[in-house]
Design a protein around this ligand. Structure first.
Ligand code: NAD
Length: 472
């Protein structure tokens, strides 16, 4: 049983000022595995003050110094990937393979940022001006629970590359993961105050970060609802705000696709991270003439999925994060039936061989209309909707018929045809015949899936501000 009651501020682990205690429940066993005392506004203020002090020196760091910091962070995270992976499995039921990938991606983020900074021109001539790309200032990095180490490390990597001290606010559902990560980042021995981690509620710690006049930049990943609150709160002090938000991605299978590879990949895109992924491809768009075949294929694939202990590398689907998320997903499955979709497999309740844990039955619906709740809203669980289309024109209209636009997937044997379709999709990223992202390419959403881009050069520039000096 672990008990976390410290924040990481100014290079040290210090007792939190806050008093609210939360029990942490392992979603696989429903056993209480630890407690956390949440930080409050006062802790956030201390962290901001430490970052502010560190920012003075951070602003003056050279490229070489920042790269050295990034390399130390990379080594520290790389040395602890197993601990990072295990904390995600323990705390939110991340399937082993996903947790492993995220922990490796966390260390790779620092290597990618170092590589990006290496060739980036921080000072350049534009006409008669000298333009310097200066650090934007103290950055607040606010993360969700479904990819704690990945989100925090990729944001932190860009912040350090940009010369910004950071205050990190992980989700209150990520106490163990944040604690493990804080110890790992501490081992990189960055100057005091460059990294601060305060785990508390969004309504006080998050709000303090969003409203403080001493925070210049917010890089947020989470729901669209929270993103709107942050954008509104931040405008008063004119914060630079980057928002990576909710998705409702479409996977378009064209009639010429290789269905043997496309359908398993599309299923994977939908159910990755137990369906709790912003980029989950939860709307599967299929030519109407091939729907029957796709249903048969999916039935076989879903029945073969291992649902259970996330520690087992063979497990495809572990539990959902908590009771509230379990109940929410059950509600969507119920509404799917009520609104007229046809259940292909799965349904309400727990898988019959599991007597505890927040496990849901991997569920596929057919005859889904793009206006049904299951097609419009982000479910954040393993629930896939098959939507039939008559021609490419209609497929594009359905895919784009969402207020969200984070990612889309296209499956086709003809590269040119897939590229033409990709060009018409309203999404920040389109993946063709693959579901693995390119981590140096810009990532972010259009429409209500966000503002701004992360990763690579675009991620770095999110922490920089151009200053022009013009002289005779
Ligand atoms: P959430 O919006 O509930 O919380 C995210 C973070 O914001 C948490 O740390 C939370 O404490 C904080 N927060 C809450 N209220 C706040 C406020 N008023 N001010 C400041 N901070 C506040 O999201 P979640 O449930 O943790 O994560 C799931 C959501 O995140 C999904 O919608 C998912 O699509 C999205 N997500 C997006 C991406 C992406 O890259 N686009 C990646 C992962 C998750």
């Amino acid at each position: 049983m672990w008990n976390i009651q410290q924040s990481y501020i100014d290079g040290a682990f210090i007792p939190v000022h806050g008093h609210e205690r939360l029990e942490c429940i392992n979603p696989t066993t429903q056993a209480v595995i630890g407690t956390v005392t949440l930080a409050d506004r006062e802790d956030a203020k201390r962290a901001i003050a430490a970052a502010r002090q560190a920012q003075a020196a951070m602003k003056r760091t050279s490229k070489a110094e920042r790269i050295a910091m990034l390399k130390r962070l990379q080594s520290a995270v790389l040395a602890s990937t197993d601990d990072i992976r295990d904390s995600a499995i323990e705390e939110y039921g991340a399937p082993f393979n996903r947790a492993q990938w995220v922990s490796q991606y966390a260390s790779q983020s620092f290597a990618n940022a170092a590589q990006t900074l290496e060739t980036y021109e921080l000072v350049r001539r534009v006409g008669s001006a000298t333009v310097s790309m200066e650090p934007v200032g103290v950055a607040a990095l606010i993360a969700p629970w479904n990819s704690t180490a990945g989100t925090i490390c990729s944001k932190l990597a860009s912040a350090i590359a940009g010369g910004c001290a950071a205050v990190i606010k992980p989700s209150e559902l990520s106490a163990l993961q944040a604690h493990v990560l804080a110890q790992v980042l501490h081992r990189a021995e960055l100057p005091k105050g460059v990294i601060n981690i305060v785990l508390g509620r969004g309504s006080d710690v998050g709000d303090e970060l969003s409203t403080s006049p001493h925070v210049a930049k917010i890089s947020f990943t989470g729901s669209t609802t929270t993103g709107k609150l942050i954008a509104r709160a931040g405008i008063e002090s004119m914060k630079r705000v980057n928002l990576s938000l909710t998705g409702k991605s479409a996977s378009i299978v064209l009639d010429d696709a290789d269905f043997d590879t496309a359908i398993p990949l599309a299923l994977n895109a939908a159910f990755m991270n137990n369906g709790q992924a912003c980029v989950a491809g939860t709307r599967l768009l299929v030519p109407r003439t091939r729907v029957k075949e796709v249903i048969e294929r999916l039935k076989i694939l879903v029945e073969a999925l291992v649902v259970g202990d996330p520690h087992n590398p063979a497990t495809a689907i572990g539990p959902l994060v908590n009771q509230a998320q379990f109940d929410r997903v059950q509600g969507f499955i119920r509404r799917g039936r009520e609104q007229g979709a046809t259940l292909v497999c799965g349904g309400e309740g727990r898988p019959s061989d599991l007597s505890r844990g927040y496990f849901v039955r991997p569920t596929v619906f057919a005859d889904v209309d793009n206006e049904m709740d299951i097609a419009r809203e982000e479910i954040f669980g393993p629930v896939l909707s098959i939507i039939a289309y008559d021609d490419e024109e209609q497929a594009v209209a359905i895919a784009n018929g969402s207020v969200y636009g984070l990612q889309a997937y296209v499956f086709s044997r003809q590269q040119e045809r897939a590229l033409r379709l990709a060009a018409r999709l309203e999404a920040g990223s389109v993946l063709i015949n693959r579901i693995a992202p390119e981590l140096l390419a810009p990532f972010g959403g259009v429409k209500q899936s966000g503002i701004g881009r992360e990763f690579g050069v675009f991620g770095l520039e999110g922490f920089l501000e151009a200053k022009s000096v013009v002289s005779e």
